[in-house]
Ligand binder design. Structure first.
Ligand SMILES: [Zn+2]
Length: 70
């Protein structure tokens, strides 16, 4: 069993860390993204026996930063 941390741009805010909600034509509110706490990226663990190496996992997540942790 190999464990990795995969860090990708937050899909909810496209890596921006915040997004704008438009209430009406004259006002909008910028919200910190609740999915990534405004960081613009998310890290999740990937535990797998399928991937022999970081390179193989990288093919699954081409834009991600992948760190092998165990
Ligand atoms: Zn986000």
């Amino acid at each position: 069993m190999v464990r990795y941390n995969v860090t990708t741009d937050c899909p909810e805010c496209d890596g921006a860390g915040s997004y704008v909600i438009t209430l009406d034509l004259s006002s909008s509110i910028e919200h910190e993204c609740i999915f990534c706490d405004g960081l613009g990226e998310r890290t999740f663990p990937e535990v797998s026996e399928l991937y022999e190496s970081v390179q193989e996992l990288q093919e699954e997540y081409p834009k991600a930063t992948i760190e092998r942790i165990a």
